[in-house]
Design a protein around this ligand. Structure first.
Ligand SMILES: [Cu+2]
Length: 171
């Protein structure tokens, strides 16, 4: 291809946004932040429900599909943060049963009818399973902590965008 055609093609691609000149990345860096996450333990199908849902009596009986188990969940069951973030957990266990929240390197005891505040910093990007380790609640009471690599996120806006028609700050 003649040089003049190559130059014209490169100029056309640049104009279309299909290519960019070589140089350092202009992607803004991610700045780690503190994320406030409330996690509530939720009873989904427990023995007390058999009074409302009679079929559960068979499920919880010896040999039933929930023999020795009760179904609880964490709300939310998926938590997404970015590596470097600090998580400020606020756990709420409104029930009279004890639970716990277990990650590979983190354990929080959740006594009944209490709230527990604690801090956790994930070690690095990845998908980490968490669960309540009480045998009667496994394997149903679980979730995932998704820790994204900073490069996958980029920088968040430094400040909220102004709302049309709103008064300027301080005005
Ligand atoms: Cu539990």
């Amino acid at each position: 291809m003649p040089r003049s055609m190559r130059v014209a093609l490169a100029a056309a691609l640049l104009a279309l946004g299909c290519a960019r000149p070589p140089g350092p990345s202009t992607a803004p860096a991610y700045h780690p932040r503190t994320r406030f996450v409330t996690v509530t333990t939720v009873a989904l199908m427990v023995r007390e429900d058999a009074g409302v849902l009679p079929f559960l009596r068979k499920d919880f009986a010896k040999g039933g599909v929930l023999d020795g188990k009760e179904v609880y969940g964490f709300e939310p069951a998926t938590i997404t943060v970015v590596a470097g973030d600090t998580i400020r957990f606020h756990f709420v266990n409104p029930e009279d049963d004890e639970h716990n929240f277990v990650l590979p390197d983190f354990f929080v005891k959740l006594p009944g009818q209490t709230a527990v505040d604690t801090t956790y910093v994930p070690q690095g990007p990845g998908v980490y399973d968490f669960a309540c380790a009480i045998p009667a609640h496994l394997p149903m009471m679980h979730g995932q902590l998704v820790v994204l690599a900073p490069a996958a996120v980029g920088a968040a806006p430094a400040a909220p965008r102004p709302v049309a028609g709103a008064a300027p700050p301080g005005g």
